[in-house]
Design a protein around this ligand. Structure first.
Ligand code: ATP
Ligand code: MG
Length: 442
């Protein structure tokens, strides 16, 4: 992509309404544009990053055997009346009527709808267990939308639902999701800690919130800091392995505000290991048994002819919130460091162009064409801005690698710079190999 053609409306000033760095950076680097309070359009740069995050979330769901489907954004009020949540949900729910006066709503979550689909389609124990998910826009009329995409009214969520015959089997599904979440966040370059959470209005008894550390987070967290050093790389998605992993996590104290008890914290965690800070909730998993299957009469036949309510869990990831959360975690010293797995481009070519000197431009364009031909996603800065202005711009956009063509002649070699600042002189062939290898690692 030629930078001069990219639709990326960069802003020079920090917009005054943006209070935290992710919101500021997303506006300044032209990733999003507010359409009305808490509702955003995703411009090409932001959309590309969000799509990459979405794809990683999808791949990790597929790996544990979850199947993707797509439910609508608009739901009928009827099933919500059946479950009893139509009234309970309150003003966060956006209620609408169609031309026949039928009560509809913009889905804030999908427990009811998925249960309705399941009860209409599955009759026998033989079809269980089942894990289904979709990645769809949700609407919650939040009281105080703020911090850009972190707390907005319309947001993209991955929500999965598990269906099992018994509590024991349901725990296996829950554990698979627990594992998939840790893998997902790791691939996104984040350390997300599963914290014992309150089940809130969704109900039920087993729940973890996945939280990343950030001063601007809305959740206060209390933990044994050693939990951040746990390594998941030796574990697999096989149930016994995840059980061991869960045991390791459960052995360290880690809770958010709702579950915090001062006495517990002080007796369970030695002073030197205590960590009290703030975090951003990026995912939340629940097991709630028959909370929805009972009122919605979602039953299956057992071998002996008896009918039982299916046992369910639900599992959410804030896909659009993650874009902001990654920025909060990675934006330092005015430089954005997108993890390679979600970076908007794999590499940038930054030549020092001068109006009358066509030779550097021609060399840069040859490199660009070569990398494109090798399927590397490259952004070529073909503008004739001064190098220092270009560097500032790329600090904002945050591409992990840069090929810089300066004034100094280094023969056939090129200056290859990592976002960390490390610079090497390499041939184009070596650069290509390095980029392809990096991609395979992600
Ligand atoms: P929160 O406690 O932040 O309000 P929640 O508990 O209401 O979130 P869930 O119902 O568990 O959220 O939704 C699953 C995930 O969706 C959350 O972990 C979060 O990442 C994301 N999410 C929830 N509400 C919003 C929102 N208003 N804007 C952006 N993302 C959101
Ligand atoms: Mg939550």
């Amino acid at each position: 992509m030629y930078l001069s053609k990219l639709f990326v409306p960069l802003l020079k000033e920090i917009p005054s309404e943006a209070k935290i760095k992710s919101h500021q950076l997303m506006l300044r680097s032209g990733m999003i544009r507010q359409s009305s309070t808490g509702i955003y359009s995703w411009l090409p740069l932001g959309y590309k990053i969000m799509k990459k995050i979405e794809q990683i979330v999808r791949e990790e769901q597929n790996k544990i055997g979850a199947q993707e489907l797509l439910m609508p954004t608009i739901q009928s009020a009827e099933i919500w009346k059946e479950s009893g949540r139509y009234e309970d949900y309150g003003e966060e729910m956006l209620r609408i009527k169609d031309r026949q006066g039928k009560e509809m709503l913009y889905g804030p979550t999908n427990e009811e709808l998925i249960t309705e689909i399941f009860r209409a389609s599955v009759k026998s124990y033989k079809s269980l267990p089942q894990l289904l998910y979709h990645i769809q826009w949700k609407f919650r009329d939040e009281l105080r939308p703020r911090f850009g995409v972190m707390r907005c009214k319309e947001f993209l969520m991955k929500d999965a639902y598990s269906f099992d015959l018994s509590d024991t089997e349901a725990t296996i599904s829950y554990n698979k999701m627990f594992f998939a979440y840790l893998q997902t966040f790791k691939r996104l370059g984040l350390t997300a800690i599963p914290m014992a959470a309150d089940t809130g209005p969704i109900g039920g008894d087993l729940s973890h919130e996945f939280v990343i550390l950030a001063e601007t987070g809305e959740s206060r967290i209390y933990s044994d800091k050693r939990i951040f050093d746990l390594d998941i790389s030796k574990h697999s998605s096989e149930d016994n392995s995840i059980k061991e992993l869960r045991k390791k996590y459960d052995s360290f104290y880690a809770v958010t505000d709702d579950k915090f008890r001062k006495e517990d914290f002080e007796t369970k965690v030695e002073k030197k290991h205590q960590l009290v800070t703030k975090g951003i909730e990026v995912g939340h998993i629940f097991y709630f048994g028959d909370k929805y299957s009972k009122p919605l009469k979602c039953k299956v036949d057992l071998k002996d002819g008896r009918k039982v309510n299916v046992k369910m869990g639900s599992y959410g990831i804030g896909v659009s919130r993650l874009v902001g959360a990654i920025i909060e975690a990675k934006f330092t010293d005015n430089v954005m460091r997108w993890p390679e797995s979600v970076a908007p481009f794999e590499v940038a070519i930054i030549p020092s162009l001068q109006k009358n000197d066509k030779s550097i431009y021609a060399k840069a364009e040859t490199i660009y064409k070569f990398l494109k031909k090798n399927n590397i996603d490259v952004l070529f800065d073909d503008t004739d801005e001064h190098l220092s202005a270009k560097f500032k711009k790329f600090d904002l956009i945050g591409i992990p690698y840069q090929i810089i063509l300066g004034f100094k002649d280094i023969g056939d070699k090129l200056e290859f710079k990592e976002v960390t600042g490390k610079t090497e002189t390499m041939s184009l062939e070596e650069i290509k190999k390095k980029l392809v290898n990096k991609r395979n690692l992600n």
